[in-house]
Design a binder for this molecule. Structure first.
Ligand SMILES: Nc1nc2c(ncn2[C@@H]2O[C@H](COP(=O)(O)OP(=O)(O)OP(=O)(O)O)[C@@H](O)[C@H]2O)c(=O)[nH]1
Ligand SMILES: [Mg+2]
Length: 305
């Protein structure tokens, strides 16, 4: 397959608007930046935002995701007290994390082809995942609206590429789910065609958010999907959904944290460095502020580079 120039690694330097890639940077040795004073000053209005930020760090350094815009000071090997990690995630908060609040959100259009998507050049994030994993519910949780995106207990509710404009500045994109067993063979193939075309061609796609149901064990189709995104160097964040669902241990159920950990270790071979991940629930709104802060730092970096 021919890769679009913008998706090739930056070292080839033919990319028109290079996306930040979580797969290329700091591959084998993650060294944590040691900016001082604290990373959040002075450009971060949300710096007092607190519950979203955890300190001190509880994850091994090599499992953290270091966002764009942080200078790595050579051989530094340890995190400082100033390194801030978003709660329930492996994401270090950097200097581009600002302007994360959603003030207004509106549905703009449904498209069935990449070419039909909005052409105003605003940056966007796409929510993708198995049917019923909770993409539309997460979108509603992020914008604090109950029914902006339509949800359903029945898989297959979302059928098009749906653009929602946030604060007139950026888009959240709700996509149809994959892996819906009851869907006709032909429509499953179409799904592959049009969403993969969207991922490969959409110039303004800052990052894909791959939703994984943490209330159940890893599914092959999700692993395949993560692998495809990795191979195609499409920036990706893993959103573990339904973390409010806790199966009883005595029934053989595993906790969301355990399922998430297994999923991460299964996909680790697809990526040079650990992709960012966040634990969420659209019922309790766990992870909502964290996702918005993470999106803001990816988006603000993208806009300035
Ligand atoms: N317990 C729990 N249920 C959730 C959560 N998120 C979504 N659900 C439920 O899961 C079902 C599917 O949610 P949707 O948001 O429609 O899923 P989707 O991924 O958009 O589905 P498709 O559009 O069919 O691909 C609904 O019954 C939701 O109420 C969550 O965080 N926790
Ligand atoms: Mg949906």
């Amino acid at each position: 397959m021919l890769l679009q120039p913008r998706l090739l690694p930056r070292v080839l330097s033919i990319s028109s608007k290079p996306r930040f890639s979580p797969f290329s940077a700091h591959a084998t040795q993650i060294t944590i930046p040691l900016p001082s004073p604290p990373i959040l000053s002075p450009i971060t209005p949300e710096s007092d935002l607190d519950p979203s930020i955890q300190n001190p760090i509880t994850l091994p350094l090599q499992k953290l995701f270091v966002p764009p815009g942080i200078e790595l000071p050579g051989e530094a090997t340890s995190a400082s007290a100033h390194t801030r990690v978003l709660t329930g995630s492996n994401i270090v908060l950097g200097p581009y994390a600002y302007d994360s609040q959603v003030v207004n959100a509106e549905f703009v259009k449904s498209s069935v082809r990449t070419a039909d998507c909005p052409s105003d050049g605003l940056p966007e994030f796409a929510l993708v995942g198995r049917s019923n994993v909770g993409k539309s519910s997460l979108l509603n949780s992020l914008v604090r609206r109950k029914k902006l995106a339509l949800t359903s207990k029945k898989p297959g509710k979302t059928q098009c590429i749906n653009h929602f404009r946030i604060n007139d500045k950026w888009y959240l994109v709700d996509l149809p789910g994959y892996g819906y067993a009851a869907a006709p063979h032909e429509s499953r193939l179409n799904w592959e065609e049009f969403t993969k075309d969207y991922f490969l061609k959409r110039e303004t796609l800052v990052s894909v958010f791959l939703l994984i149901d943490a209330s159940i064990p890893a599914k092959k189709i999700d692993l395949d999907y993560a692998s495809w995104l990795g191979q195609n160097q499409i920036p990706m964040t893993i959103i573990f959904t339904k973390c409010d669902k806790r199966k009883k241990k005595k029934n053989g159920g595993r906790r969301p944290e355990e399922n998430a950990e297994t999923f991460q270790s299964l996909i680790s071979e697809f990526f040079e460095s650990t992709p960012p991940w966040i634990m969420t629930s659209s019922i309790t709104n766990m992870g909502r502020d964290e996702i918005l802060l993470h999106m803001s730092q990816l988006r603000n970096y993208w806009l300035k580079h």
